[in-house]
Ligand binder design. Structure first.
Ligand code: SAH
Length: 450
């Protein structure tokens, strides 16, 4: 019952960061706990099959526990694993992937150890929301868990300090210039988000998302560029929507460069503010190399279809000179980047096609230009593949489907569907692109049963 005090052992953790234990035959979820903790907890909410509780005291701590190295980790919604060792986190992430594949997909396939890299300052992209504080002053930070309340901070261990310094300078300058932060509840104010991306050379491209364009934004931008020589361009995106989607439709360059160029797997990529790009470049290289290892090398080349291709990164990293590459992506700016990136990396025009459209048109476009795809790479957003996309993939009957996923649950669901329709999932490998958070990326190779 609510407010009851219970004792329990934590035996598992969910990707949302809830410790899982059992009491009175019921599953109990307790945040901020670790596997092996024996705790005293207070029931906060009791439902039919499970309860939520809060740890009141830790009677015996788990061997996985470490002290948090972030001042705001107890409040901030960004990380969920700052209280356990990074090694324990890697084991958990492997279990998220194997657990989803077996429970949701009914698939018993080998799952490799989590491939990992640096757990600090790995992010190359930061999106800070701005909001007014109680006095109307502009503040920034990350949202608290399951809320839109801003948790202010001076340093975030996931990213280079320059991101926080630039945001702090923007907020300060906005306050000085009288530019108001956007208030979500009232729909009033100007500054909504600051989106920043940094390349390996340390250059930054900024995008200020604003509810409306005003002249004073130019003053803000020029103050930022004066203060931070690393900033090579500032863009404005106008978002008048009342929901919590970050970007609006219109983006323009206020000063400096249109795109930021970064390198991945020895190739160069130009990126617009709106183009998707993996936030952890070091780990993205490892992930793409794994995907490349699943493509059989044929002297005459293969026809490769890269669905959900973003700025063309995966296809351009994995395709050989003789391969024919067709990429499909829904965001137009990203497709423009992909076409430019093909040229930048000396791909022949006859062998390369990037199309703007829904993933379900990919097979048709690829056939029109290069013939039936032999390899299909899919890298969808968290919701996974729509059934129309699965239908077109299956209709093409490629030798292999290489599935890159950021959500083990939809990966498992889609792999199970592909298994029903003539494919065999061979193996899965988790990649920790987002250390200290609950997210895990994985790649599965599916082979056609002949
Ligand atoms: N493969 C790329 C991007 C992966 S993220 C990389 O590794 O960098 C997923 C991409 O799918 C995003 O670029 C997003 O804009 C795109 N996308 C989302 N829905 C889509 C759809 N219905 N059809 C095609 N692309 C879509």
């Amino acid at each position: 019952m609510k407010n009851d005090i219970i004792q329990l052992e934590i035996t598992d953790i969910t990707p949302e960061g809830f410790g899982v234990g059992r009491s009175g035959g019921k599953v109990v979820f307790v945040p901020d706990t670790a596997i092996g903790d024996f705790i005293e907890a207070k029931i906060l909410k009791e439902l039919k099959n499970h309860s939520f509780a809060k740890a009141e005291s830790i009677i015996t701590p788990s061997a996985d526990r470490v002290a948090s190295d972030c001042e705001v980790s107890a409040k901030c919604g960004g990380c969920v694993f700052r209280h356990i060792s990074y090694n324990a986190e890697q084991k958990l992430k492997k279990s998220f992937v194997s657990g989803a594949l077996s429970r949701i997909g009914g698939l018993e396939i080998p799952v490799g150890e989590t491939v990992f890299g640096f757990e600090h300052e790995y992010r190359n992209k930061v999106q800070y929301p701005f909001a007014p504080d109680a006095n109307g002053k502009c503040i920034f930070g990350y949202y608290a868990r399951r809320s839109h309340r801003i948790v202010e901070h001076k340093k975030c261990p996931l990213q280079d300090k320059i991101f926080t310094d630039i945001a702090a300078f923007c907020a300060e300058t906005a306050n000085r210039l009288g530019i108001k932060a956007y208030d979500e509840a009232g729909g009033k104010g100007i500054l909504r988000h600051l989106v920043m991306r940094k390349n390996r050379r340390g250059e930054l491209l900024l995008c200020l998302v604003v509810a409306e364009n005003t002249k004073t934004l130019e003053k803000l931008a020029s103050a930022v560029k004066e203060r931070f020589f690393e900033v090579i361009g500032i863009h404005i995106n106008i978002n008048k929507r009342r929901d919590n989607v970050i970007f609006g439709e219109k983006t323009f360059c206020l000063f400096g460069k249109e795109t930021l160029t970064d390198t991945l797997c020895g190739k160069s990529f130009e990126l617009s503010p709106r183009a998707f790009y993996q936030v952890n470049a070091e780990m993205a290289e490892k992930l793409y190399n794994k995907a490349a290892s699943y493509i059989p090398k044929k002297e005459e080349g293969s026809v490769i279809l890269d669905l959900y291709c973003g700025a063309g990164t995966i296809g351009l990293c994995v395709a050989g000179g003789n391969d024919k590459l067709c990429g499909v992506e829904i965001i137009e700016d990203a497709v423009v980047n992909a076409r430019k990136n093909a040229k930048l990396n000396q791909r022949s025009e006859e062998n390369t096609l990037f199309v703007c459209g829904d993933a379900s048109v990919g097979v048709k476009k690829c056939r029109e230009c290069f013939g039936n795809p032999e390899i299909i790479i899919v890298d969808p957003p968290r919701k996974g593949l729509d059934i129309e996309v699965i239908n077109t993939v299956v209709s093409a009957s490629p030798e292999r489907v290489i599935y890159i996923s950021c959500d083990p649950a939809t990966l498992a669901r889609d792999c199970a569907e592909l298994e029903k329709r003539g494919y065999k999932a061979q193996e899965a490998t988790p990649f920790d692109l987002f250390p200290r958070t609950g997210h895990v990326e994985s790649v599965v190779c599916l082979v056609r049963r002949d």
